[in-house]
Design a protein around this ligand. Structure first.
Ligand code: PGA
Length: 234
């Protein structure tokens, strides 16, 4: 099980330091934990989580190693900082920043080549689901990704992100099982995962973890989701 916290545009270096110092003190055995702070907070997260099992990943990465790409950050730069992975293709990037399946693929490939792990986000909008296009959309979004041991998919139905409208465990399971027929990779669920719905989502056979937005910003709520993913000690 993998639980990743996508902090989006929240927590500068000071708040990141506070969160990471708290996170260090938590017992989180039996679950892989990743935090994804904004770029400016990556260095402090890497520094404060060094020597723990908790990995730090970026929220995006460019496809070139360097060049005239104002405002972008490359995979080798992230590696130099001690960052382990990157999210690519988040729906907010697709929606607000013109991200396409092609640019998502380029970003994913560059990250993998540089030795980063990739959390590649896919998911249908509400209209697409209502039109019965969910599988076609997921197929299109997955088709550009290369199978790789370092790729994790995050199924995040756009209608469930930040809305409090979580997919039912059955809906998530159905989508995850379908995604696994397209690409062999662990599949995280994302979209309004909270401490009180995490356990039933994570209990689905094809739900391999969660990508958590809002509920990852608070230490107690994030760690209780991490604990819901850990095997019950016998
Ligand atoms: P949410 O965001 O948990 O706040 O719905 C999930 C995400 O966007 O990764």
């Amino acid at each position: 099980m993998l639980i990743a916290g996508n902090w989006k545009m929240y927590k500068g270096p000071a708040e990141t330091a506070e969160f990471c110092l708290g996170l260090r003190e938590e017992e989180l055995d039996g679950v892989d934990v990743v935090v994804c702070p904004p770029f400016v907070s990556l260095a402090v997260a890497v520094q404060l989580l060094a020597g723990t099992e908790i990995a730090v990943a970026a929220q995006n990465v460019h496809w070139e190693d360097e060049g005239p790409y104002t405002g972008e950050i490359s995979a080798p730069m992230l590696r130099e900082l001690g960052v382990y992975g990157a999210i690519v293709g988040h729906s907010e990037r697709r929606q607000h920043f013109g991200e396409t399946d092609e640019t998502v693929a380029m970003r994913a490939n560059a990250a993998l080549e540089a030795g980063l792990f990739v959390i590649a986000c896919i998911g249908e909008t509400e209209e697409e689901r209502e039109r019965g296009e969910t599988e076609a959309v997921l197929r299109r979004q997955v088709s550009v990704l290369e199978p790789d041991d370092n790729v994790v998919i995050a199924y995040e139905p756009v209608w469930a992100i930040g809305t409090g409208k979580t997919a039912t465990p059955e809906t998530a399971q159905e989508a995850h099982a379908f995604v696994k027929t397209l690409l062999e990779a662990p599949v995280l669920y994302g979209g309004s995962v909270k401490p009180d719905n995490a356990a039933e989502l994570l209990a689905q056979p094809d739900v391999d973890g969660a990508l958590v937005g809002g509920a990852s910003l608070d230490l107690d709520s994030f760690t209780s989701i991490c604990r819901a993913a850990a095997p019950i000690p016998s």
